[in-house]
Design a binder for this molecule. Structure first.
Ligand code: NZQ
Ligand code: ZN
Length: 391
């Protein structure tokens, strides 16, 4: 196990009705005026936004609202929100929605006190040093942004989808009521489950030794997602399934599963190129990229893939031919994705083979010119991974 530092100070409130604490919590932290940030309207249709505004009014917290965050949130709305908040003397940001709304709110919260362009944090030009406090009311179990240190924004100019990473991106508090996710269409539930699995797998596929504890934690989270997702899709109002998914999504990405090990993240960076170019759901893009990445990387460490096959997918270990077991695990994973209605090929996603060189060239790299750590990929190798997804 590698040395690590882990600080995850978000205060989580979980369960039925917790969203009604929003006003009281913000007031108790000294918040006087909040920006309530939301997406394309699901929180209006469900009545959630109205309830939240009432809790703010009851607690004496003034507020302004800004909706319109799109999936794969755009920089233009972040700039607009930063200007608005400065003009209105906002001192608290409250995100009500899924990962896109939360990420947009994160960018706003670090962007307001920063004199330069907030995009500096996304292109490696600067590190955030301060922020406005940020509260989250989660409506979609998926990205794990409610507990993560990441913030992913798409800059329309140049069509760049880029993440920034900082502990200042971790929300001050997060209110997680599984009931708020019951209105999700099955497709979004499936995209969410896929994204959570991907967050665990980016950490699970490592060459670091001595990480048995976090391996087993990863396996527990993955098997719980695999059990709960089909239940939530068939029975959207199943509280327990929604609750498992909601907490699994947080655990999958607050890095408690990834500490002390080298992590990969190539599949995520490759997916960001797909969602930047075709504006597809992040989870759907991952369903296409991850199995291809696994097939490409299997030979690097067949025993790790075989462990995944046996412990997560219940495959029997073939000790003579561990690579056969490994491949079986990848096939089971793919079957599972298909059973959720996820695309697993370029055609199903609406992606085009001729765009592969463009995407591979544009992909954000590690510090050098390679991508990922399990077996670092150069541009040609990224193209090979993407070609495996064409089929
Ligand atoms: O916009 P509204 O109308 O609210 O509708 C949303 C949106 O269309 C809808 N939705 C959300 N909650 C709902 C609901 N519909 C009905 N009932 C509800 N309760 O779902 C759609 C998708 O929402 P979005 O927020 O885009 O999804 P998700 O949570 O999957 O977030 C995806 C974004 O997060 C980024 C992705 O790249 C993508 O941009 N990620 C962020 C990460 C992070 N910050 O740590 C890590 C991830 O790897 C990921 O990259
Ligand atoms: Zn993700």
């Amino acid at each position: 196990m590698l040395n690590f530092n882990f600080c995850a100070p978000t205060n989580f409130h979980f369960g039925r009705g917790v969203e009604m604490k929003a006003g009281e919590i913000i007031a108790s932290m000294g918040g006087k005026k909040a920006l309530v940030h939301y997406g394309g309207g699901s929180v209006i249709r469900s009545g959630l936004l109205g309830r939240i505004l009432e809790t703010l009014d009851a607690a004496g917290v003034a507020h302004i609202e800004l909706g319109g965050v799109q999936p794969n949130p755009r920089a233009s709305l972040v700039y607009k929100a930063i200007d608005l908040c400065r003009k209105e003397n906002v001192d608290f940001i409250l995100a009500v929605g899924g990962g896109s709304v939360i990420d947009s709110a994160k960018a706003i919260s670090v962007g307001i006190p920063y004199e330069g362009d907030f995009w500096d944090f996304h292109c490696g030009k600067a590190k955030a040093k301060e922020r406005l406090p940020l509260g989250v009311i989660l409506t979609l179990a998926a990205a794990g942004s409610e507990g993560s240190s990441s913030c992913v924004i798409t800059q329309e100019e140049g069509n760049l989808k880029r993440g920034s990473s900082s502990d200042l991106n971790r929300p001050t508090f997060a209110l997680l009521n599984p009931e708020l996710t019951m209105t999700l269409p099955p497709y979004q539930t499936a995209c969410g489950a896929t994204d959570m699995l991907a967050h665990v797998m980016e950490r699970y596929f490592t060459n670091t030794d001595g990480v048995d504890l976090t391996d087993r934690l990863c396996e527990a989270v993955m098997t719980s997602i695999i059990e709960a997702a089909p239940i939530a899709m068939k029975d959207p109002a199943n509280y327990d399934a929604r609750a498992q998914l909601m907490w699994a999504g947080m655990l999958a990405h607050n890095n408690s599963l990834g500490i002390g090990r080298e992590q990969d993240w190539a599949s995520h960076q490759i997916e960001h190129e797909l969602s930047a170019l075709y504006d597809v759901a992040h989870g759907a893009g991952l369903a296409v990229v991850f199995p291809a990445w696994m097939r490409y990387q299997l030979e690097v460490n067949p025993m790790r893939f075989a462990q995944f096959a046996v412990r997560v997918w219940g495959c029997s270990m073939d000790f003579q031919h561990p690579e056969r077991t490994a491949l079986q695990g990848i096939e089971r994973f793919e079957q599972f994705l298909r059973s959720l209605g996820m695309p697993t090929t370029f055609a199903e996603l609406g992606a085009k083979e001729e765009d592969i060189p463009y995407m591979a060239a544009k992909c954000k790299r590690n510090n050098g010119d390679k991508l990922g750590f399990f077996r670092p990929l150069d541009t040609k190798m990224i193209e090979d991974v993407l070609r495996l997804a064409v089929r």
